[in-house]
Design a protein around this ligand. Structure first.
Ligand code: UDX
Length: 442
């Protein structure tokens, strides 16, 4: 089967390469010529473990190609995946300009039956709107069916999530289109992946409800962590015992500086907005958003409480991406934290194994002293702050760090170190939700 994937961003490229690996003939289309040229040279425009190998393998076996022209690709494809960006419109809504442009272009191009599959995250109602745009602009005798197929890919684990998903959600009103898309995903039947087949709006809602629920778990545990600090309890033990209740589950109960990334902040905003638009308030989600904002700011107060008045203090930031194993800094808590540190008069030195270039688009080299490794970032600092839990920060030579800093203050916003050991090493140490008084009890 021949497939076109429109958009070679993070979702489109993983889906395109993954579908080629499932045995499909895939052409990935992007308007950005330089991006397509780079992909043809085997260069992946972002860091994602395993993706380079997946792309290389499928380019080599001839099943994955790239191009900039939509029409010829669509002509030879039965199925077209839309995986273009749906950025925030800056007012809590979603900017659907790219989706609309693709739907219109598709409508002008198709000359026989096609299935259009939407992978981009779009507000509830968008797939029906896409269907209407296409119906309105194609000759009456040509039939096109739309399928909503939301993605649940985690950055840093996207290839694994595509190849071994927890579930595949397909929303459509056409049995024929559903049968065709199910056929594409046939390799997943062999590993007994559950398929949830629904209507269009339900499929769209599943994506938002899932992400908002995960974000809720994070904001919930962050608030519990803050309360743990006040009452002298250990949030890790609280989360562990909560997670042993199978109705709650252990995942996404790790406290930290707040959630970031390209999905949770945008999707919670969009769901809250949808609730307002339909006069069906999403009060929990609204609160999750404000708790998350407060958590990021709270981290700066935490830094100040240990480092002292931040004016002219040198603060070393370890980790800039919103989570490890990605160069993505979109909505990263590091952005808020660094911005506030600078606003309070601190000097910031920073190191990240992959996200430095991306972060430089937000804070220039004049604003931040970017260093080539954690040790050089820490040198001469008044406080070292772990913002992202990259593996390489778990095994730092803390003795070496202690010798090079101005004062031995370590603020661990991801709880990767043992508070007792840090105390033994002579650090003035704090983490999130683990006051020393709670640890003394056990
Ligand atoms: C998420 C969803 O997991 C994925 O299904 C969806 O399709 C896209 O959004 P992603 O944004 O890549 O994926 O990252 P994820 O691993 O879910 O983490 C999101 C944020 O939450 C990160 O900033 C992470 O640090 C934070 N987080 C996660 C916590 O603070 N605590 C946790 O327990 C889990």
């Amino acid at each position: 089967m021949h497939i076109t994937v429109i958009g070679t961003g993070y979702v489109g490229l993983v889906a395109g390469a993954g579908l080629a690996d499932f045995g499909m003939h895939v052409i990935c289309i992007d308007k950005d010529e330089s991006k397509i040229e780079a992909l043809e040279q085997g260069e992946i425009p972002f860091y994602e473990p395993g993706l380079k190998e997946l792309v290389e393998r499928n380019v080599k076996n001839g099943r994955l190609t790239f191009g900039t022209e939509l029409a010829p690709a669509v002509k030879q494809s039965l199925v077209i995946f839309i995986a273009v960006g749906t950025p925030s419109d800056g007012q809590g809504g979603v900017d659907l300009t790219f989706v609309k442009a693709v739907a219109e272009e598709l409508a002008e191009t198709v000359d026989e039956y096609k299935v259009v599959v939407t992978k981009s995250t779009v507000p509830v109602g968008t797939n029906r709107w896409i269907q209407e745009i296409i119906n309105k602009n194609t000759p009456a005798e040509i039939n096109v069916d739309v399928v909503s197929n939301p993605e649940f890919l985690r950055e840093g684990a996207a290839v694994e999530d595509f190849m071994r998903p927890n579930r595949v959600v397909l929303g459509s009103e056409s049995q024929q289109a559903l049968a065709i898309v199910k056929d594409i995903y046939r390799p997943l039947y062999l590993i007994e992946t559950p398929f949830v087949v629904t209507g269009l709006e339900t499929a769209e809602m599943i994506k938002y409800a899932s992400n908002a629920f995960l974000a809720t778990k994070i904001s919930f545990i962050n608030e519990i962590a803050n309360l743990c600090e006040a009452v002298g309890a250990d949030v890790h033990q609280v989360a562990k015992a909560m997670g042993l209740d199978r109705r709650i589950g252990p995942k996404f109960l790790h406290p930290g500086p707040g959630f970031g990334g390209s999905c949770f902040p945008k999707d919670t905003e969009a769901l809250a907005r949808l609730g307002r638009d339909y006069d069906s308030p999403m009060q929990i989600v609204e609160t999750v958003i404000s708790v998350n904002e407060a958590q990021k700011m709270r981290m700066v107060d935490k830094i100040e409480s240990l480092a002292g008045d931040l004016k002219s203090k040198r603060i070393a930031i370890l980790g800039l991406s919103f989570k490890p194993n990605t160069s993505d800094v979109r909505e990263s808590p590091a952005i808020t934290i660094v911005g506030e540190l600078l606003a309070r008069g601190a000097h910031v030195a920073a190191y990240d194994p992959a996200a430095e270039d991306e972060f430089k688009r937000i804070f220039s080299t004049e604003q931040i002293d970017y260093r080539p490794n954690a040790y050089e970032a820490a040198e001469g600092s008044d406080a070292v702050v772990v913002v992202t839990e990259w593996n390489e920060f778990r095994n730092l030579d803390l003795g070496r760090i202690k010798q090079s800093v101005k004062q031995p203050v370590l603020i661990d916003l991801r709880n990767i170190y043992d508070p007792r050991r840090m105390k033994e090493l002579g650090f003035d140490y704090t983490s999130v939700g683990r006051p020393l008084s709670a640890l003394k009890q056990c």
